[in-house]
Each structure stands twice: as structure tokens, then as C-alpha cells.
Ligand binder design. Structure first.
Ligand code: HEM
Length: 414
């Protein structure tokens, strides 16, 4: 495991063996507001401590999402071409978000509970037909993909393709996912596409087909609703065609890998800690366990903001226009907030983790879905097996944006 205390957090390679926790820990202690010079950018501030992250995330007037949410710099043209509602501030953001909230509410997700249980049960039954298998492919990947399909309302036959494209978008710095590696190859041709990625172009084409009716989407799905039923108070469509295409890519990317990597992290932790597995198996409270695994996983390690004016934070002068990166993954291991943060404590309560973007107006729309999927798949897994053991060390995404176990061989006993 590469994990010394002085790794460059702007370099994807620093993350290719997992989160460089020692570096984040040192920064939390020594330089909690930290400036990184970039080779190909104008540099950025990192916010490392839980309290400071909350403070910045709550202050959308000073720390705006409108100039991009990943570290990469974008021109005005790129920014406009690739903007989703996640790259807007209130009031524009609030207007769209309030229309989407009901489709992702806890109440709405509770309606899916039986379906999620059935899917999870089938997935686990299928996986444990063999005593040895690769757990990301056989367990972690499947449920988020199936549920995303339902929620979007796209044909089941297209799901594998969509997930592969979503992986390529989010994993644009990982050769296992993307045909074009963002920090190594020329991506100029795709600069107006989501994530500057060829997969973005493919997903745009697919979304275009949805708009012109040549993909058969269900009437219950959010895509049909957005195109036909959800309107502004003036009766206008909520999004232009371009905004819809970007929204589609956002959902395909955001609704998939993040939950997959939370499940994968849970399986990894359980597979290397028999006591934890036995304890969870007898636990009454899988909801708390699910949240703890989501803290430990921290799948989206950061989101970025841009300062709209000069601002002083912990005696550092942030200048108007500076990029400010909120390292949720670092805040989630802040020992001033989480007792023994490197310990997986499935009873941890309260658990004010930042994995869903706590405190901000962009707080994850898929929170209830992700929590439910994780809780239920863990219940089904623990119900059906007696033991779980890892057979190999996991492989990790090469990305400083998304942290995830890509593969993990395990052995189970029924
Ligand atoms: C464990 C799983 C997940 C994690 C860790 C996660 C993480 C996050 C985070 C940190 C944000 C805040 C972004 C910001 O502050 O700019 C966010 C926003 C968002 N997430 Fe998730 N997410 C997860 C699952 C999902 C799922 C399942 C969906 C959809 C099906 C989803 C859709 C979204 C959307 C649309 C936004 C933008 C919300 C807005 O701008 O108002 N996420 N997510």
C-alpha cells in the first residue's frame, strides 16, 4: 500500500492503492487549509477538517458550485456545455431540486423496499452458488445497477452498457474503465462532453434517443416524468434538452458507482474481520451499519467549490475565484468528531459523516436509495452465509475523485 504522509493529492496515482490516509491525517493535523500547486491548473485549496468542511459547504453564497465541482478547470464554453443542476447555486438550484425531491424521498424509496429485498436476495443466492467468487462483480455491482434502471425507467437490456459508460465517465482516470485517460492523453475532442470523456459522447447520444422517443422508457421512471410531467410553476419544461442530457449522465454516473463502492467496502471490511462479520450477523440495526460503511467508504472523496469573494478561513486568505476542495473523505476520519475513526464501528451513533455532502444544498439526492440498498443487501448476505473471507487484497480505482474497491476475491461458507 502506497501510503506515506507526503503524497500529492492532486495526482490520481496517489490513490491507486486506496485512500492515502496518512497524507490526509498529516494535513488535518498540520495544514488543515492547504494550498496545492497544479501542473496543469491554477492550484486549489483543500479543506481537510470536518468542521471547516461543514462551514464551507453550508456557505453556498461564498463557496459556489457554479464554476465546476471537480478540480479540473473549465472554460466558460465547457462549463455551459456540461452543466447539470449540481453546478448551480440557489435559487436556480432550489427550483429544480424541489421538483426532484419527491421522486427520491424516503417515503418514495420505502415503496421500493420489497423490490430491493427480492433483487438483493436473488443476487446473493446467485453469488453464493459458488464458494469462491469475485464480490464486486457478483454482489456489489448488481443491485445499484438494477435499481438505477427502475428509477430511470430505461430498458433492462441497456443496463450493462449504461453502467459500463457510467464507469468510464467517473473512472476517466482509470485505464480499467476508460479508453481515454484524462491526465495522460489529449481529451480536447471531448471537452464539451461530461467528464471530458468519450463515454460522455455515447451517453449524450443515448439521451438524445430518449428525447426523440427511440428508446422505450417507462412512464413511471424519472426520465419520462422530467420530459413530460414535471413542469415549472409557469408550466415550462424544467430543463432544456442539453440540460436533460447532462442530467441523464449525472444520474447514470452518480447513482451507480457510489453505492457499488459502498457495498464493496462493506464486503471488504467484513471479509477481513471475522468478529465484525459475526457481530453484524447478530445485529438488530443494519441501518447504522450501512451508514458506518458509507462513512468508511467515502466513495466521492471530494467536491469542489469556487470562492465568490475573498474569505478568511483559519487564518488563510482565500481569494475571489480560488478553487476550494472539500475533502469529505478526510473529514470522515477526523478524530475530533469520530472516536477511533479507523475502527469500523457498526453501532456508531450519531454518525455525522460527510459522504453524502452533509450541510450543503447539494446534499445527495440518492441518500435514501443508497442507504436502503446497502442495508438490505447486507441483511440478505449475512442471513444466507456463515462466514466470509477475503482471498486477495482488493484493487482500487485510480482516481482522486472516486474511491472504490474494483475487485475482491472472497470465499464463503453457507
Ligand atoms: C453511497 C452512495 C452515494 C454517495 C456516497 C453519494 C455522494 C454524493 C455527494 C457527496 C453529493 C453532494 C455533491 C456536492 O456537494 O456537490 C451527491 C449529490 C448527488 N447525488 Fe449522490 N451519492 C450516492 C448515491 C446516489 C444515488 C443512488 C443517486 C441517484 C440515483 C445519487 C444522485 C445524486 C445527485 C443527482 C446529486 C446532486 C444533488 C444536487 O446537486 O442537489 N447519488 N451525492
Amino acid at each position: 500500500m502506497i501510503d506515506d504522509s507526503y503524497l500529492d493529492i492532486s495526482d490520481h496515482d496517489s490513490f491507486k492503492s486506496g485512500v492515502p490516509h496518512k497524507t490526509f491525517e498529516r494535513l488535518r493535523n498540520e495544514e488543515p487549509i492547504f494550498w496545492t500547486k497544479e501542473k496543469n491548473g491554477r492550484g486549489f485549496w483543500s479543506i481537510l477538517r470536518h468542521g471547516d468542511i461543514l462551514k464551507v459547504n453550508q456557505n453556498y453564497k461564498v463557496f459556489s458550485s457554479e464554476r465546476g465541482i471537480r478540480i479540473e478547470d473549465q472554460t466558460e464554453e465547457e462549463y455551459i456545455a456540461r452543466r447539470t443542476f449540481q453546478e448551480t447555486d440557489p435559487p436556480a438550484h432550489r427550483n429544480i431540486r424541489s421538483l426532484l425531491n419527491p421522486a427520491f424521498s424516503k417515503q418514495k424509496m420505502d415503496e421500493y423496499e420489497n423490490l430491493v429485498r427480492k433483487l438483493a436476495s436473488d443476487i446473493i443466492n446467485q453469488a453464493i452458488q459458488n464458494t469462491k467468487f469475485e464480490a464486486v462483480d457478483k454482489i456489489a455491482k448488481k443491485l445499484p445497477m438494477m435499481m438505477l434502471g427502475r428509477i430511470l425507467g430505461v430498458p433492462e437490456d441497456d443496463l450493462d452498457w449504461l453502467v459500463q459508460k457510467g464507469d468510464a465517465l467517473i473512472g476517466n482516470s482509470d485505464p480499467d474503465f476508460s479508453e481515454l485517460i484524462i491526465d495522460k492523453e489529449d481529451s480536447e475532442k471531448y471537452r464539451l462532453m461530461p467528464f471530458r470523456s468519450p463515454a460522455g459522447a455515447d451517453l449524450f447520444n443515448y439521451a438524445e434517443k430518449i428525447i426523440n422517443g427511440s428508446v422505450d422508457i417507462t412512464k413511471e421512471g424519472i426520465l419520462f416524468q422530467m420530459l413530460n410531467n414535471i413542469k415549472t410553476s409557469e408550466g415550462q419544461p424544467v430543463m432544456s434538452n442539453l440540460e436533460f442530457k447532462n442530467f441523464f449522465c449525472l444520474l447514470v454516473a452518480a447513482g451507480n458507482d457510489t453505492t457499488r463502492y459502498s457495498i464493496a467496502m462493506a464486503v471488504y471490511q467484513l471479509s477481513q474481520n471475522k468478529k465484525l462479520f459475526d457481530y453484524l450477523k447478530n445485529s438488530e440495526n443494519y441501518s447504522r451499519a450501512a451508514d458506518e460503511f458509507i462513512r468508511v467508504a467515502s466513495p466521492t472523496m471530494y467536491f469542489r467549490r469556487t470562492a465568490t469573494c475573498d474569505f478568511e478561513l483559519q487564518e488563510k486568505r482565500i481569494r475571489e475565484g480560488d478553487k476550494v476542495v472539500l475533502w469529505f473523505v478526510s473529514g470522515n476520519y477526523d478524530k475530533t468528531v469520530f472516536n477511533n475513526p479507523f475502527n469500523v464501528d457498526i453501532d456508531r451513533y450519531p454518525n455525522p459523516h460527510l459522504s453524502f455532502g452533509k450541510g450543503g444544498v447539494h446534499f445527495c439526492l440518492g441518500t435514501w436509495l443508497a442507504r436502503m440498498e446497502l442495508k438490505i443487501i447486507l441483511e440478505e448476505l449475512c442471513k444466507k452465509i456463515k462466514s466470509l473471507k477475503k482471498l486477495s487484497e482488493p484493487t482500487w480505482t485510480r482516481s482522486n475523485f472516486i474511491c472504490g474497491v474494483k475487485s475482491l476475491d472472497v470465499e464463503i461458507q453457507k
